[in-house]
Design a binder for this molecule. Structure first.
Ligand SMILES: O=C(O)CCC(=O)C(=O)O
Ligand SMILES: [Fe+2]
Length: 296
């Protein structure tokens, strides 16, 4: 069974009245027993990785909130059906969420076929089978629903998380997606217009770019012949085709497997689906072999 996206509330604990009271207390810093739009936005980001919302939608879904203007009182907050709210927001406005997908993990020993996938990973990446087996995280299988399933731009590993860094991503497309669902590699430069060292630049260059690519609008535009919008016209958008795969380095690694620089330019994302669902899988290779991966 596929679990819901780890970034959505409905995957985690439901927001009970008790939990809501705790959340409210933390958010209401000025202790005025109400939350303003900014504080609500913070709650949405924390609880569901929701990056946008409209007040109209909020008040239409939770009518007891409508009476208090652009503030949510304590009682209203605690009694609101937040789980129901997030799930209808996901259906009606998937673009408000950083991510809309389901996923599960599969151990490579679960099926002989999956073992062969690791051999293929070694063959195409040029890494040894031993290293691949030692460092591969269980395969993450992803399902994006049709009509808005997506994953906004992100990095697969943290710049400072050396111990558990996913130095490489091997990303498999498991079905054909006729329209939408492209994987965009925002750091690529198909037109050859960027300074040569931009791929190795740091947060100063890539931070502002990241803040612009959060929107699902940073994807091929059907109205413009599926061209990428500005400022990403140079970026590679890959159409999902069953049995194909992409791989890239999230961090530098030397022939001995020693990890180096974090690549800010490894930023990427999955575009919104349209009529078709999208199936895909990640094989992440880690900087350190984990004892907990022994069972694989
Ligand atoms: O679905 C895609 O195209 C990208 C998925 C992705 O980046 C991820 O799962 O980390
Ligand atoms: Fe990713």
């Amino acid at each position: 069974m596929l679990e819901r996206s780890e970034t959505s509330t409905d995957k985690g604990k439901p927001i009970s009245a008790k939990r809501a009271a705790k959340i409210f207390k933390n958010l209401d810093e000025n202790r005025d027993k109400s939350l303003d739009a900014e504080e609500i936005a913070e709650f949405f980001k924390e609880a569901a990785d929701m990056v946008d919302f409209s007040w109209e939608f909020l008040t239409a879904r939770l009518p007891n909130i409508a009476t208090t203007g652009l503030k949510v009182g304590k009682e209203e907050f605690i009694t609101a059906d937040w789980d129901g709210f997030f799930s209808s927001a996901k259906t009606m406005h998937p673009e408000w969420f950083a991510r809309h997908s389901r996923q599960t993990w599969m151990g490579y020993s679960d099926h002989p076929f999956l073992e062969t996938v690791l051999d293929k990973v070694a063959a195409v990446t040029g890494l040894s089978e031993r290293l691949v087996r030692k460092t591969a995280e269980p395969m993450q299988v992803l399902l994006y629903p049709p009509h808005g399933g997506h994953y906004s731009c992100h990095h697969d590993t943290a710049p400072d998380g050396l111990d558990d860094a996913r130095f490489m991503t091997v990303f498999f497309f498991l079905n054909d997606v006729a329209d939408g669902g492209e994987t965009v590699l925002f750091g690529t430069d198909l037109n050859g217009t960027f300074p040569e060292d931009r791929a190795f630049a740091g947060e100063d260059i890539w931070g502002p770019i990241e803040s612009q690519c959060q929107s699902v609008l940073s994807c091929p535009q059907p109205s413009r012949g599926h061209a990428m919008p500005q400022p990403f016209s140079s970026a590679l958008a890959v159409k999902p085709r069953m049995g194909t795969a992409l791989f890239w380095y999230n961090m530098a690694v030397d022939p001995k497997g020693h990890i180096g620089q974090f690549y800010w330019s490894s930023i990427h994302g999955g575009c919104p689906t349209r009529a078709d669902e999208k199936w895909a899988a990640n094989v992440w290779l880690h900087a350190r072999a984990k004892k907990s991966r022994k069972e694989l």
